[in-house]
Structures are given as C-alpha cells and as structure tokens.
Design a protein. Structure first.
Length: 431
C-alpha cells in the first residue's frame, strides 16, 4: 500500500514537472516572434534630451517638499529621450511611447542576438484615479494588466523585504493624459522615502567586499597625501601617480593589480569626482556625515570639469554595463544644450571617452601592471587624455542641430571618430 502511494506520488510529481516544462516552452514560443514590434532609433529619440531637465526639476521639488502633494508631468519627448539613452547603451533594446487623451501605449522590442528572433511586448496604460494597466501583450500572449501589477507589486516587496511597491502605487492618486503628455497627481512622499531607507537597510551587504575595503583604504590614503592640501588646483595625474604607485607596491599578480587599480579609480571618483559616487561602491567614507574631499579640485587641461568627467566616467565603466557610461555622458551633453545648460561639448565627451578607455586598460589582466608602471612615472596629462584643441563645445540645441542634425549623423560621427583617433594615438591605450 505504501509502495503504491509512493509510486503515484512520483508519477504525479513527474506529470506536474512535465506540465510546467511544457507550459514554459509554450510561453517562450508564444513570446518570441520573427518580426520586431519597434523599429525606432535612439538618434531620433535623443533629440529631446534637453527636455529632461524640466522633469528632473519637478522630481527634485517633489522630494525636497516631501510632506506635500505634487503634480509630475511627463511628456512623450522626455520619456522617449530616457528610452533613447537606454537604447544607446543596449543596442538590442528598442522602445517607443505614445500618449493620447484616452490612453498611453508602451511598446518594446528586444532582439535575441544572432537568432533573427525578437521578444515584443506592449502595455496599455489608462487614465484614472490610480495607475491602471489595462493589458500587456507579450508576443502572442495577452496578460491582464491588473494581474501584472499585482505580480510586480508582490515581487518587488518580496525582493526588497519591504512594502515599497505597495506604498509607491498608493502615492499615485490620479493619472490624466493629454496628447503627448501624462500627468501624475502624487500624494506626500515622506512615507515612500522612509520606506526607501528600509529597503536600503534590508538590501545592504553586511559583509564588506574586498573591492569596497580597498576603495576605502585608497580614499583615506589619497586624502592624506600632501597634494590633497594644496591651495592650488592639482592635475589629476598627480593623484593617479600617488594612487597607482601605492597600488603597484600592493600588487604581486596581474589579478591583484586589476583589483587595486579598480579601487584607486573608484576612490578617486569619490574623492575628486563626486562623493555621491560612493553610494555605488558602498560605505567607504571614514565619517559618514562628512565626505572627504581635497582643498582644491583636480584638473585636466586646467579644467576641473574635465577631471571630473574623466574619473567619473572611468568609475562608471567599472560599475555599469559595457557602453552605459559613454551613453550617460553623451546624454548629459545633450541635456546641456537646453536653456541654462553649458551646451553640448565634444571636449567633455573626449574626457568621458578617455576615462572609459583608461578604466578598460587599467583593469585588463594583460595590461593592469603596465598601467601601474606607466602611472607611477607619468609626467604629462597628454598621456591619459588627448589634446582638445579644435573640438567644438558650448553648442546650444539650435547650433547643434544646425551643425550635426542629430546623434549618429555623418557630421556627428566624424567628430566622435576624431576623438577616438586622438585617444588611440596615446601609447597607454595602444597596449
């Protein structure tokens, strides 16, 4: 009798497993299609990048005045620009957004590399007294929106060990739409921001990583050097020389050199770039209430902004997906074309791209020790960043469009290729 029960239990379990496998295969087949749903290009979407400044201003006001209700308005142009920068970093991803008075649609396509197949998804968002997703289409599958929202809410809450998703959804008190524009009436955000602290606490890693420990070490080491007390601006190469010389003393293998080089770059990004980069690394400040910083900022080509572009881009290259740091830098320049911005600068882009390249060679096994040796004896900034003469900057949106039309136009790509050419001529980057 017991054997028979066990036999039927095993048969039932096998049957359930087969059903689950068959269901997963069926879903996968129905979700994958031979033609893309979206054929938009990032270059067109990025034309409105400068409009995102207005959205950032709205969000800043909402967070600073957290005990009040707010209206946040998103335009198609703003959302498309954010989608564009994501597509710029992840070329296999494409997305498009349309907003009308009766509803908004979000369509995305992900190209499965080297297969000729695509995962297509679309969602219909309706106006109302809460966030309402009418339905989601995944390939040939149709999923009721309310079930998807319920699933996402439970999943996010479970993953973060909090009620963050529930609170966030409850803050949306009304969704209204006009042609090309969506407005969210959101309630006071103090409870949401408090819950974010709970999430940060729940998801924090108690065990200090080796990279975090070393980054904290180099942050303290560099802040204690004589150059940190200089009353005059100090070239970034002086900080790199100090940090990489110390890293060379601590590295007995290429693997160790890679780790120490990463730590030096991250420490410098926090110290002379921006202290908020530390949030991406971990708790590396000796005093959490007072971030370490030099008496005067670091410079490249006698400019503090170029030193910050260089070292922050180098850090983002280490911390983000391949290509994401360059996409962020490019997007920032496009935002600067608007009123109040510094204008599009190929000089800044050259610093971004140089920082990306520096991070790459500094953290490759085959070149990590060579970089340490080169940096320990570096004498000239032109060893890490090319000359900037002749590179356009300070371009307003109108001037940018008149000269280059858009990102990826032949004229724009010619400037980018010139920057690449200058960077690759530097001996450090020819390894």
């Amino acid at each position: 009798m017991i054997l028979r029960s066990v036999k039927w239990l095993v048969i039932t379990l096998v049957f359930l497993i087969l059903v689950l496998i068959a269901g997963a295969v069926t879903v996968a087949i129905m979700a994958v299609q031979k033609t893309p749903l979206v054929a938009s290009t990032a270059t067109t979407q990025l034309d409105g990048a400068d409009s995102v400044n207005e959205l950032l201003g709205q969000l800043q006001r909402a967070f600073s005045r957290r005990e009040e209700g707010h209206q946040v308005t998103l335009t198609e142009t703003q959302v498309e620009s954010l989608v564009g920068v994501l597509q710029r970093a992840l070329p296999d991803f494409k997305g498009v957004v349309n907003i009308s008075p009766i509803g908004g649609t979000v369509n995305i396509t992900y190209s499965i590399k080297d297969t000729g197949y695509f995962v297509n998804a679309s969602a219909l968002v309706l106006p109302g007294n809460s966030l309402r997703i009418e339905q989601v289409q995944l390939g040939d599958l149709t999923i009721p929106g309310r079930y998807l929202l319920w699933f996402l809410e439970r999943t996010v809450n479970s993953y973060t060990q909090s009620e963050i998703a529930t609170i966030a959804l409850s803050r949306v008190e009304r969704v209204t739409m006009r042609q090309g524009e969506l407005t969210l009436d959101v309630g006071r955000l103090d409870a949401l921001l408090t819950e974010l602290n709970v999430v940060a606490s729940n998801m924090s890693v108690n065990e200090e990583t080796e990279l975090q420990r070393l980054s904290a070490y180099y942050l303290r080491y560099l802040s204690g050097r004589e150059i940190a007390l200089s009353t005059k601006p100090v070239s970034l190469i002086e900080y790199l020389r100090e940090g990489m010389a110390r890293a060379r003393e601590q590295s007995d293998t290429p693997q160790a050199a890679v780790l120490h080089n990463k730590a030096v770059i991250l420490a410098l990004a926090v110290y002379v770039g921006h202290h908020r980069v530390g949030a991406l690394v971990g708790d590396i400040q000796p005093d959490a209430d007072k971030a370490l910083k030099p008496r005067r900022g670091a410079v490249l080509h006698n400019r503090n902004d170029l030193a910050r572009h260089f070292i922050i881009s180098a850090a983002l290259e280490l911390l983000s997906e391949q290509g994401m740091s360059l996409a962020i830098g490019e997007f920032k320049e496009l935002m600067d074309r608007g009123n109040g911005g510094s204008g599009y600068s190929f000089v800044d882009l050259a610093a971004d791209m140089s920082g990306n390249r520096f991070a790459q060679v500094a953290t490759q096994l085959s070149t990590s020790i060579n970089v340490q040796n080169a940096m320990a004896r570096i004498q000239n900034e032109l060893e890490i960043i090319p000359a900037i003469e002749g590179l356009p900057e300070g371009l307003s949106k109108q001037a940018f469009v008149e000269q280059y039309e858009r990102v990826d136009s032949p004229a724009y790509l010619k400037e980018v290729e010139e920057i690449k050419r200058r960077i690759e001529l530097l001996p450090l980057y020819q390894q």
